[in-house]
Design a protein around this ligand. Sequence first.
Ligand code: FNR
Length: 186
Amino acid sequence: MTRLLGIAGSLRRGSFNAALLHNAAELLPDGVSLEVRTLHGIPLYDADEEAEHGLPAAVTALKDAIASADGVILSTPEYNNGIPGVFKNAIDWASRPPADTRKVFAGRPFAIVGASPGGFGTIMSQNHWLPVLRALGVDLWTGGSMMVSRAGQALNADGQIEDPERREQLRNFLADFAKFATRGGD
Ligand code: FNR
């Protein structure tokens, strides 16, 4: 079994990016699972808090989920042409302490997807992830792209992607990324 982890980078109840991952969970190839996580409960990073109390439980849980996944899919919103602070904050926490960064991130297959109501489907925030993921040493899969523009129409009121072509695009994206993750990235 190839175990994928999807992290939704929005706390919003009706998040398009969380919905995208829930659609993905229904379009997986045989032998592949996808756990969808959100970032609820992760506080703002504060080095004093870390020094005095260590990592919050929600951060440790996120780190453990990343470290035990064969591959990780970041489903990123876009705010002001970049990564939303909530999402960057969570990944910054997960990179602590430095002694754990390699174990959690280095060489781990990662992919980026995103959804936005605008016309460009998070292309700017997906690009903003690149230097961050390089710093963490992940094995970024760039063999496909998934940018859901006009998300208010692409996803129906139940958060389902209805367009068969778009579902097929997501199915193929997942199949190809899962293959990459299964091989341990090459
Ligand atoms: C946005 N939004 C947005 N969308 C986009 O495509 N490009 C952008 O630069 C921005 N900028 C932006 C800034 C701020 C502060 C907010 C709150 C929103 C809209 C954004 O894509 C929209 O709120 C999505 O619904 C966010 O993703 P979730 O919460 O649906 O997953």
